[in-house]
Design a protein around this ligand. Structure first.
Ligand SMILES: Cc1cc2nc3c(=O)[nH]c(=O)nc-3n(C[C@H](O)[C@H](O)[C@H](O)COP(=O)(O)O)c2cc1C
Ligand SMILES: C=C(O[C@@H]1CC(C(=O)O)=C[C@@H](OP(=O)(O)O)[C@H]1O)C(=O)O
Length: 404
């Protein structure tokens, strides 16, 4: 069984991660992980923290001679912010510190985890509060850096099997579209050329990870204007996986269905509010004759004329590219104040602004890539078994030889 856990606070010393169940023999270097960590920082609209962090992972266990060993892969990612950002913090906010001199935060932000988290863990009242800092520190999407690192281990396994996962942003606030027909031609040309890796490489050349140059320019202007207005933006992105074998997931139990697992993974990312698989919402508006993909026999392979299903039928991968779209809400920290109330006094107050992203949709798209890759890897190891990578690959190749 493949699984991972992350730990660590956004303004603590480090993030840590453990990836358990990776087969022995997967090629892996720290650079393979750093590639995706750097991609997570791409994207116009991020705030001051982007200038502080230089994410470079340390691999502390589970890898020797640039290959996994079947033992847990242990990862460490120091937070540069801990030392660089706030003078005096490391001492007073350390595990054994007193918090002295660090002002508590008592104005919870609408849309962030502040209030619900403080109520849940008792930081809304003495003796632990009122102070939402501990909530901010773990609910922060800083955690996605370690998630990307953990999932990158799985991506290396997938890559060695010819499976790639990529993404691109299709809407930033009011700019872009939710209709896949608007970008299908460009996307499919890239996929035909170099699979999902070509898709993400092309998206990475845009400051907002959009494929269309005019839209990309318009989105940058939209982010600038939104920032000037003291506001924030959400958006929509699409994740595509290519080279996925037939037969991952199952209809046999609800929790084994691939669509649910992919959707759950995307919604597990901070600030993600909706997911579509294939045609998604549009499938509900169209007759069956325009939604179901005609089956064809292509040489020794079964195929589909179209891919409205997004590569998943009956909760199982069907060999077509897997297509998932996610919607991210706007960032909850705004320069323009929102209404809140002070945890100490209950008095109505406007929110207070500290540095923040204006939009993080481009970053979120890379995190979604990572978690989609992870779910595909989990389903792949479930189907093919995974003590050694060589045995896994042999089984995948045997299936491929019979057209799966
Ligand atoms: C990559 C990424 C970066 C984010 N950056 C910020 C940020 O700078 N400021 C902020 O208030 N929220 C940011 N968020 C959103 C919050 O993390 C998120 O809204 C919060 O954890 C509450 O969780 P929820 O939105 O899932 O309810 C970011 C989210 C992601 C995925
Ligand atoms: C640190 C990251 O994102 C952070 C996510 C985040 C939030 O509230 O989710 C708030 C901001 O952190 P800070 O308050 O330190 O500026 C973002 O920068 C990261 O992506 O690595």
């Amino acid at each position: 069984m493949l699984r991972y856990l992350t730990a660590g606070e956004s303004h603590g010393p480090s993030l840590v991660g453990i990836v358990e169940g990776m087969p022995a023999g997967v090629p892996l270097t720290p650079g393979d992980i750093d590639e995706h960590l750097a991609r997570r920082w791409l994207g116009f609209g991020r705030g001051g923290r982007a200038k502080v962090e230089q994410d470079q992972v340390q691999v502390l266990g589970g890898v020797r001679f640039s290959h996994t060993m079947g033992s847990p892969v242990a990862l460490l990612l120091p937070n540069a912010a801990y030392e660089k950002d706030r003078a005096g913090w490391p001492e007073t906010m350390a595990v054994g510190g007193t918090g002295e001199g660090v002002e508590p935060v008592t104005l919870p932000r609408p849309g962030h985890a502040d209030l619900a988290g403080a109520q849940k863990y008792g930081f809304d009242r003495p003796p632990r509060g009122p102070d939402v800092r501990p909530v901010i520190d773990r609910s922060s999407a800083r955690e996605t850096a370690m998630r990307v690192a953990c999932c990158s281990v799985a991506r290396q396994m997938l890559r060695a099997l010819g499976v790639e996962v990529g993404s691109h942003v299709v809407r930033l606030g009011g700019v872009g579209s939710d209709d896949p027909e608007a970008w299908a031609e460009r996307r499919d040309a890239l996929l035909a050329d170099g699979g999902a890796r070509a898709l993400y490489a092309e998206a990475d050349t845009s400051p907002v990870r959009m494929l269309d140059a005019d839209l990309s320019d318009a989105a940058v202007e939209h982010v600038k204007a939104t920032k000037k207005a003291g506001d924030t933006l959400g958006g929509v992105y699409e994740v595509v996986a290519t080279g996925v074998p037939v037969g991952l997931g199952s209809y046999a139990q609800g929790d084994r269905r691939l669509g649910g697992r992919l959707a759950g993974a995307v919604l597990s990312i901070q600030a993600q509010k909706a997911v579509e698989v294939g045609d998604g919402w549009r499938a509900g508006r169209r007759p069956g004759s325009e939604v179901h993909d005609p089956i064809t026999r292509d040489g020794d392979r079964w195929s589909r004329e179209t891919n409205h299903a997004g590569g998943v039928e009956g909760g199982i991968s069907n060999g077509m590219p897997i297509v998932v779209r996610g919607t991210m809400k706007p960032i909850p920290t705004l320069i323009k104040p929102l209404g809140t109330a002070d945890l100490e006094t209950g008095e109505a107050q406007p929110t207070r602004y500290e540095r923040s992203d204006v939009t993080s949709v481009p970053a979120a798209s890379t995190v979604a890539e990572a978690v989609v890759a992870w779910e595909i890897a989990v389903a792949l190891v479930e189907r093919y078994g995974g003590d050694t990578f060589e045995a896994l690959r042999e089984r995948v190749e045997a299936d491929r030889a019979r057209g799966l």
